[in-house]
Design a protein around this ligand. Structure first.
Ligand code: SF4
Length: 248
């Protein structure tokens, strides 16, 4: 893990300020605080959830409720603290009463997430639950089918693994799901140590900014599915695509 450059830190600080002042969708009217995300900008590991809940909205920080405590316990189990990873959500403002995000809200907000990914350039993005997984993979397959399987992908010419797992909030009340979540989590250290997808082959052109399948086969476990056909940031901002992914 290389420390973040001053430029990366400054760009993330600027993004944070943008989110805190953002009024690009109606959620700015009902939120208490924007929740940009936080953690180590030089981390190899990034977590992406769906949207802030009540406690996150109050504090302006992601994953600070019960689900956040479980996430911290899981991280401790692999020798990490939350300060050593970066934690964010697809939506940066809380939907009222934790209702599902709407297409126009995702379209307005997701460019923030793509910018965070491009700045942090993690080795692994761990998507938490169905919503973030479908959006980032560009694949409508549900989390019960794809959890625990690394998917090679590219964001802005940077190769990484998408690693879907169950959302901690869902696992809190379902023992079987919690057991699976713990099991999947234990695979993270090995994945973080593995070579990035496509390493050793021709580097993709930086002109192919956006999210797309990795150009080369990944050294992922045999259970890993073929790379998903993920949309580019610009394309994935389209409401219609989000609908096709079964997010609504
Ligand atoms: S959800 Fe995103 S786009 Fe909507 S107001 Fe919040 S930061 Fe802006």
């Amino acid at each position: 893990m290389a420390p973040a450059t001053d430029d990366t830190t400054s760009a993330l600080d600027a993004l944070r300020a943008e989110v805190e002042a953002c009024a690009l969708c109606e959620l700015h009217v009902t939120r208490t605080r924007g929740v940009p995300g936080e953690g180590d900008p030089g981390s190899d590991l990034m977590f992406v959830g769906e949207a802030p809940g009540y406690h996150e909205d109050q504090q302006g920080r992601p994953f600070v409720g019960q689900a956040g405590r479980l996430l911290q316990q899981l991280l401790a189990g692999i020798g990490l603290t939350r300060e050593q990873v970066f934690i964010a959500n697809v939506l940066k403002s809380r939907p009222p009463n934790n209702r599902d995000p709407r297409p126009e809200e995702i379209a307005a907000c997701q460019p923030y997430l793509w910018r965070q990914i491009e700045l942090i350039r993690p080795r692994v993005i761990c998507t938490l639950g169905n919503f973030a997984t479908k959006l980032l993979s560009g694949d409508p397959a549900g989390i019960t089918r794809v959890h625990g399987r690394p998917q090679p992908m590219q964001v802005g010419g940077h190769s990484l693994y998408l690693f879907p797992i169950f959302h901690p909030a869902a696992a809190l009340y379902t023992p079987a799901m919690l057991a699976t979540l713990k099991e999947d989590f234990l695979r993270l250290p090995e994945l973080l140590q593995s070579a990035p997808p496509g390493e050793g082959l021709a580097a993709p052109s930086s002109a192919t900014a956006g999210t797309q399948p990795a150009a080369a086969p990944a050294p992922a476990p045999e259970s890993a599915p073929a790379p998903a056909s993920a949309p580019s940031p610009a394309a994935s901002a389209r409401v219609g695509e989000a609908e096709q992914l079964g997010l609504f």
